[in-house]
Design a protein around this ligand. Structure first.
Ligand SMILES: [Zn+2]
Length: 143
């Protein structure tokens, strides 16, 4: 059976949220490297994060579902600066990946990765949290 990676995550919580949603839609999928990343978060970048893998023959349909999740998620956010619904999720350049790996390991809060930011496509506002959109992941971190 051929398995392909359809999405990777730095966050254990987000990976499990997406996995759960896919499974509830009847998609056969698994998390790969979940244990490694959870036990030793500094390895996340080295091994490429937690991966959602699916059967090769389901790749196209699962990618379409994931695309829908992303759009739904981003369109739900309102920019606090200009009120637009045009957020995209972009990688931050620079050495933050390495520093984040160390910091999050020291404090044991590996879900607080800052490698990516949400950026408003209209005014350029950036945030590590999607504004006005609480996820289970955020709730988890607050507790
Ligand atoms: Zn804006």
């Amino acid at each position: 059976m051929d398995l392909v990676t359809v999405k990777t995550f730095d966050s254990y919580f987000l990976a499990n949220i997406i996995l759960g949603r896919l499974q509830s839609e009847g998609v056969e999928c698994y998390l790969k490297d979940e244990t490694t990343v959870t036990m030793d978060p500094i390895l996340t970048n080295a091994i490429g994060g937690i991966k959602i893998v699916v059967k090769k023959e389901n790749e196209a349909s699962v990618l379409a579902i994931l695309q829908g999740y992303d759009e739904e998620y981003l369109n739900a956010a309102t920019c606090p600066q200009c009120g637009a619904h045009e957020f995209s999720y972009i990688a931050k350049p620079g050495i933050t990946n390495f520093l984040t790996a160390i910091t999050t390991t020291l404090f044991g809060s590996y879900a607080l990765a800052t490698d990516y930011v949400y950026q408003c496509g209209k005014c350029g506002y950036e945030s590590e949290r999607l504004p006005g959109f609480d996820t289970d992941e955020n709730n988890e971190e607050r507790n």
